[in-house]
Each structure stands twice: as C-alpha cells, then as structure tokens.
Design a protein around this ligand. Structure first.
Ligand code: ADP
Ligand code: MG
Length: 814
C-alpha cells in the first residue's frame, strides 16, 4: 500500500470471497466461542452479514442458503437468532470450503485448523509467551485426538492458549468434605468413600433404569443413585474409592441423585474435590471431567515456563496477580476472591493491549505527514445557497474544525458524534466539497446499499448544479454501469464517490483521495480503519449512536472527537407513546389523521418466524391485515428483506416521492431513510428492539419541521428490561442518556456491535462493572509508550500486540 500523500488505493488486494470471509470470520469466531451467547449483543449483525454477502456473486447454492439464513435475522428473538446463526455458520463454512479458502475463514492459524498434524515446533528453552501457546494446537496434548480436537473446536478451543483463557462458567466449592452421618436434606455436599455394592434396576415399559450404589465412608454409608446410566454399572466396581458431589435428596432416604463423581484410585488426580472446582460450558461428547483433566494437564505443562508479556509495573500496583498465577486461579482458585482477581488480571490485559494499540496508533498518526487539503470554501458557500438553510452553530463549529484539521500537514482523524438528524451528513458533504475545491477526491462509505443510494441521491441534487461529479459505487451497481465511475476515479478526477464496502474492493482506485468519510455502524476497529485508505488520508468517522465516554475511549481513543449537540432549528422532540398491544388502535387512527393532512408514516414490524419463507409470509400477512383493517383506504407499501435491491429502491423512492402514505417495513435497515414529510413512526413488538435501535427509528421522523409522533407497541414477552427501555424512550430523547442506559441494560457488546475490538469477554464485561479498570489500563499503556514508544524493551508484549492488532503500520490485519 502506498504511503505518499493521499495517493493509493482505498483498499488492499484480495479476492472477494477471501476478503468477505475475513470480515465475517471475527464475529463468527466470537459467536462460536461464546456458544452463541453473544448473538443478542451484536445489533444488526444480520444487516452487516447481508451487506458482506451481497458483495459475492450469487452463483452457488451454498451462498444462496447463507443469504436465506441471514435474512430477517436482526428481528428474531435472541434464541432463534442464535439458532439461525449456528445454521448460518455451517452453511458459510461449506461455501467457504467450496471457494477454497477454508482455513482463513475463521481467523485462526491455518495449521491449527487442519486435521493433519503439522510438525510440532519446540517451545523456546528460556520460557514462552502466550503467543507461543496460541500457535500450539491442543491436538498435541495427551488425551486429544482428531475427534476430540474437533469437539473442542466447537467450543472455540483450538490452541493451548484458548484452553488456558477459557473461562469456567462457574465454580463449585468442594473444599469441605462432609462425613456421611452429617448429611442434611437439600444441601450440596462432597463425600468420599468406597463402593460396597452396586445394583442395576432395569427400566421396563418406558420407565427409567436406575443404578444404585452403596458408598461406605467416614461416619456411615450412603446410597448414590443414577437414572438411565446403565453404562456406569461397568465402572462402579465394589471396592473402588470415589468422591461424589451432589445434592442430598430429602426423598430417597437422603441419597445423592445423579451425583458428579470421580474415582480416587491410585494415579488419579483428585481434581473433583477438596478444592474449588471449575465447571465449564460443555458440548456433546466432552464431559466436565474430561475438560477439567485436560485443563489441569495443560496448566501443569505450560505454566511453569510461561513468561508474562505485561510489565509488572503495569499490573502489580493494582493488586493483580502475574499471568501464570492468573491462569491457575482462573481455573483452580484457592478461594473465590482469587478467581475474581484472576479474571480482573486477564480483563486488564485485554484492555491494556487495546489501549496500547490505540495510543500507538495515535502517536504514529501524529507523526504522519500528508493530507494537506486547503480550500477557501467557495463551493461550500454555493452548496449552502442551494440547500436553503443555515448551518447551526454546532455544525459551523465542527465544519470549521474539520477545515482546520484538513489544512494541516498531518492527516485528520476525527470522530463526529451527533444524534440522528443533527445534521452530520450535511457537514460531511460540505467537508467533501472542501476537498473537491482543493482539487482532491472524497469518498463516503455508508453501511448499507439503501443508505448509499439515498446519500447519492441527495448529494447529487446539491453537487450536480455545482458541476461536481458524484459517483455511486456499490455491490448492486452492475459492472457496466460502474465502469465509467471507476475510470473517472482512477483518472484522479476531483469529485465525490458514495458507496458501500464495495468502495474498498479491488478495482476501485483513488489516486487523489483527500477525504474519506465513514458513516456510522461500520464500527471499524483501530486496525480496520487502516484498511480504508493510506494513513496519510484525512478520515472522518460519523456515528449516530452516541457512545458513553468510557466506551468511546476504548474504541475511538485514537481519534479526535467532535460532537454536534444542537438540532436544526424548529425541531420539536418526537412525542413518544408506549401502548400495549390492545391499545394499538390509537396509533393507526393517528396515522389516518396525519394521512389526511398529507403526511406519511412508517410501520416497523419485526420478523418473528424462523424460516425466511415464514418471515415473508408473516410480513405479508401483517401488511394485508393493516391494509384491510386499521389502515384500509390508505396507500401502503411493503419492504422486506427478501426484496432485491432494485425493487426495494423503487419502493423507497415511491414513498419518498409521496406516492405512498404508509411504508410497512420488516427490518430496521430499510427505514434508515430521510423523508421529512413522514411524521409517524409505529414500532410493533417494540420490546424486541434495543434502545439505540429504537432511538434511531424514532429519529426517522424527527427530521421534519412538523410535529412528529412515535408509537411503541409492546406485545407479549415484555421483560423488566424491556419495560425499562420503553419507559426510557418515552421519558427522554437525549441519545447520550439512552446510550448510557443501554450500556447498563445490555452491556457494551450492544454498543460496540461487531466492531472488531479484539477484546475478550472478560474485558468487555468490565466496561460496565469496573469502569475504572479501563482508565487504569489506558494510563499504564500511556506511561509505557512514553518511556518506550516502540516497546523495544518488551519484545514479548510487542509480539502479543502485533498478533492481536497487527503490526501497527496500518497494514492488513486478519
Ligand atoms: P444526520 O446525518 O445527523 O442524521 P442529516 O445531515 O441527514 O443528519 O440531516 C437531517 C435532516 O436535517 C436533513 O434533511 C437535512 O437536510 C436537514 N438539516 C441538516 N442541517 C440543517 C440545518 N442547519 N437547518 C435545517 N435543516 C437541516
Ligand atoms: Mg446520517
């Protein structure tokens, strides 16, 4: 990639499936690792996946199935979504294998992914770092063959490092052994003894079989009972000693029913009692005992030689343990406090690495030359005349700031935050005009095709009369139509390009890129932004999801930040009402009233069904219901995920032109459009949406100078958190406050989205529960980089940083 001022391609060279695979890999890996528990913390994952898939040619069945599975994903309830994602992962894997880039698909080292054993590389004699263990497949460990390795992989456990860092789901305190004459009904106990007799009572006529064993131990004897476990009869030989753990059943004369147990015969490591014992999230074919034993073995083999990559002065003052101790106590804590400190240390590491990456980036950017774009602002003045309004004070301030940034000989890297409708896009357009006036090119990347087309339409209205070319570059624009645009761009002709991620694909070249604008939702990570354009290019990142300061620091810490904190004049807050389903009538009556005044409305109904066919059926059925019932006589349009982009586009256009009264939409994305004449937003099943999504939806009608109303209709399945969200919506329209609340209610994953922040779950969690830890990590990172900017004294740390966040030269990161 070229590093000279503003010259170079917008992207890196890669085949399409590979580049898409790489982008899809991270969220999928995170999902697999979390057993899909993260699925509900990745808002609009479906939309994003679909965007990526749309970049691929649709000639294969596997890909078609992938698309089907992603369609409507975002509006499914969490468990359905997880299920669907699981299926998607399988289909996607098939597709990727067909396309012959199998191993890169999951962002894991390819050797660890393959079935064949690669030669085992010896560990360094003077000790090893976590990175050496990342490159060490579990396949080599005793007790792990290809079949088990495959199962472990399903838990996201491929390397030794994965296993070390795998957080137990919980712990059981089995440090206290209870004598057999002191058992109390209902208590969870650990007992030790010798098997005296075993009896299998076969089940008949569909009844469960029952295996009873008599255990003799200190203080007396006890019956252990297992149901449907005839296979145990083989193993439970009289005379064997074992430790059992379970709940004392008040019926059955105080037996332990289905207890966990472990033999204590010679040579067995008694991991299962006399201590605090970890329990792990499991998958079929891998039992607790197996994983415990494997973990224990790995701890014993690798911890003694493990070197800590993080300098002691960073973690010791916080009362945190060293790395080896942290891993030991994560799995086998001496007491529960120790496990808390261990997790905190590992979380600290995640945050510390991220802050190092962010701050190092910042230092580098400060030293980068280039991106000098100077213009007097003549085009801006003419554009403002055409727009017919005056900028708000906030907009003026931000634009001036951007002009100033761009005119310096260092590239701008600025984050622009502002509520929906605060006028960010207008500011971006004007900033792009500054670049064009100075003889440069400018590009804006939107998160979806629909939004890209909308921006293109509105920009063109302003730009064409000024003689500034405005090109559209998206996956949906056919090659033939795209060629003239690409040629003009490649020739270095000053102008504006609007598009999707297609802008950073192969074949799109900007020889004179003066400004790159990234519109919200992409949530590019520190490393990813580097892929957008050469480091010497001015970059403006816009987000309409206000980010609480703690999170902003985490993920945008390398950017300067501006906020538009003022709405264009005449905007009134949207009158927001929450109605339970039975009172929905009010909302539809209001739509009719507004339609009589010539105004328009959105009705958003989330998809609930599992299969795309049913999705479509449900959406169509709802549409029919509305058309024949509460909205009869009005002109209704329907957009849903299965419409191709041309038909979607036509429907949007009809609505924007006033040819429809009501737009019924089945996903959030499709309504991300700007129709000032729309004054009513009805969200059905509003409890299914996150706060920021609801706020975004409401923002769609906040743009109009007319009084607007938003109805949130709640259906069944309203949780306490759901109630809090809906109530908050009716009480405030301050995006920042809602974002803070969202952070508390749904955790940071919601706000960070699928952004590739590289943070382990433990670190993510602390962003809410332990916000100080981030500040501590940032401070420690700052001190370290100040003393040693290239981390020359810390080769292990440097290596770790590079393997997580890339070499930091803004190169490509897998
Ligand atoms: P955002 O990108 O922040 O959501 P936009 O830039 O799309 O906001 O602006 C929302 C709407 O408000 C657009 O229709 C735009 O033309 C209009 N608008 C923007 N700035 C002003 C202003 N200063 N005065 C009046 N209308 C404005
Ligand atoms: Mg916008």
């Amino acid at each position: 990639m070229s590093g000279t001022a503003g010259v170079g391609r917008l992207g890196n060279v890669e085949t399409e499936p590979e580049s898409v695979a790489r982008r899809i890999a991270r969220p999928l890996a995170a999902l697999e690792r979390s057993g899909y528990a993260l699925a509900d913390r990745m808002p609009e994952l479906g939309a994003r996946l679909m965007g990526w898939l749309d970049e691929l040619e649709s000639d294969s069945d596997a890909l078609r199935r992938c698309r089907e599975l992603v369609r409507g994903l975002d509006s499914l309830p969490p468990d359905r979504r997880a299920d669907r994602l699981r299926k998607f992962t399988r289909e996607w894997r098939k597709y990727i294998q067909q396309k012959a880039c199998p191993n890169r698909a999951y962002g894991l080292p390819s050797q660890a992914m393959s079935q064949a054993k690669p030669p085992e590389t010896p560990l360094p004699e003077d000790g090893w770092g976590v990175d050496d263990l990342v490159r060490r497949p579990l396949l080599y460990e005793k007790g792990v063959g290809p079949a088990r390795a495959e199962r472990l992989k399903r838990l996201g456990l491929v390397s030794v490092a994965d296993l070390l860092a795998c957080e137990p789901r919980g712990y059981r305190d089995r440090s206290r052994l209870v004598p057999l004459d002191r058992l109390r009904a209902g208590e969870e106990v650990t007992v030790v003894g010798e098997l005296a007799g075993v009896e299998l009572i076969r089940g008949f006529r569909g009844r469960k079989s029952r295996l009873c064993a008599l255990l003799n131990g200190e203080g007396g004897s006890l019956v252990l009972t297992w149901f449907n476990a005839a296979y145990l009869a083989e193993k439970l030989r009289p005379g064997r000693r074992l430790v059992a753990f379970g709940k004392v059943n008040p019926r059955d004369g105080g037996a332990l029913v289905n207890p966990d147990f472990e033999f204590l015969d010679a040579g067995e490591d008694p991991l299962a009692f006399g201590r605090i014992v970890p329990t792990y999230g499991l998958t079929e074919g891998l039992g607790q005992r197996y994983i415990r034993t494997l973990v224990r073995r790995v701890l014993e083999r690798y911890l003694p030689g493990l070197r800590d990559h993080t300098p002691e002065e960073a973690w010791a003052p916080l009362g945190l343990p060293g790395l080896a101790e942290a891993f030991e106590h994560l799995h086998y804590p001496s007491d529960l406090d120790a496990s808390v400190r261990a997790r905190r240390r590992l979380a600290f590491d995640g945050l510390f690495l991220l802050q190092l990456a962010v701050l190092r980036e910042r230092l580098r950017l400060e030293e980068t030359e280039g991106g000098r774009v100077e213009a007097a602002g003549e085009l801006v003045r003419r554009a403002l005349d055409r727009l017919g309004f005056e900028l708000t004070g906030s907009q003026k301030r931000v634009l001036e700031r951007i002009r100033h940034d761009m005119a310096r000989s260092r590239p701008m890297n600025r984050l622009l935050q502002g509520d929906v409708g605060s006028g960010k896009t207008v500011v971006a357009l004007l900033a792009m005009l500054l670049a064009v006036e100075a003889g440069w090119q400018a590009a804006l990347m939107a998160p979806t095709e629909v939004l890209a087309r909308q921006h293109h339409r509105t920009f063109r209205r302003v730009l064409e009369p000024l003689g500034v070319p405005c090109h559209l570059v998206t996956g949906g624009v056919k090659d033939r139509a795209r060629r003239p645009a690409l040629e003009a761009l490649a020739a270095g002709e000053p102008g504006v390009a609007v598009g999707t991620t297609a802008l950073i694909q192969e074949g799109v070249v900007f020889p004179r890129l003066g400004l790159a604008v990234v519109d919200e939702q992409h949530r590019f990570g520190v490393a990813q932004r580097g892929r957008l354009c050469p480091p010497s290019t001015n970059v403006l990142v816009m987000t309409a999801t206000p980010i609480p300061r703690s999170l902003a620091l985490t993920v945008y810490g390398d950017l300067d930040s501006s906020v538009i904190d003022e709405l264009p004049p005449g905007r009134r807050p949207v009158d927001t009402r929450w109605l339970s389903g039975r009172r929905a009538r009010e909302a539809f009556d209001f739509i009719r009233e507004e339609a009589e005044q010539g105004r328009q409305a959105f009705v958003v109904c989330p998809l609930v069904e599992e299969s795309p066919e049913k999705d479509l059926a449900a959406a169509t059925a709802r549409y029919d219901e509305l058309r024949d019932g509460p909205l009869s006589g009005l002109r209704l349009g329907l957009v849903h995920g299965r419409l191709d982009s041309a038909r979607k586009e036509r429907m949007m256009r009809a609505f924007a032109a006033g040819g429809l009264d009501v737009l019924v939409a089945t996903t959030v994305v499709e309504v991300g459009i700007d129709v000032p004449n729309a004054t009513v937003m009805v969200v059905e099943e509003a409890q299914q949406f996150g706060l920021s999504q609801l706020h975004q939806l409401r923002g769609r009608v906040a743009r109009s100078p007319h009084a607007a109303r938003c109805y949130l209709l709640s259906g069944r399945g309203l949780t306490d958190a759901g109630k809090m969200r809906l109530r908050a919506m009716t009480e405030t329209d301050d995006g920042f406050r809602l974002a803070e609340l969202d952070l508390e209610l749904r955790g940071p994953g919601e706000l960070l989205g699928t952004r590739q922040h590289g943070l382990p779950d433990a670190a993510l969690a602390t962003l809410v529960t332990d916000r100080r830890l981030l500040e501590e990590a940032r401070e420690a990172a700052r001190r370290l980089l100040e003393a040693d900017p290239e981390l020359e004294k810390w080769p292990l740390l440097r290596r770790r940083l590079e393997s997580v966040y890339g070499p930091g030269d803004l190169g490509v990161v897998a």
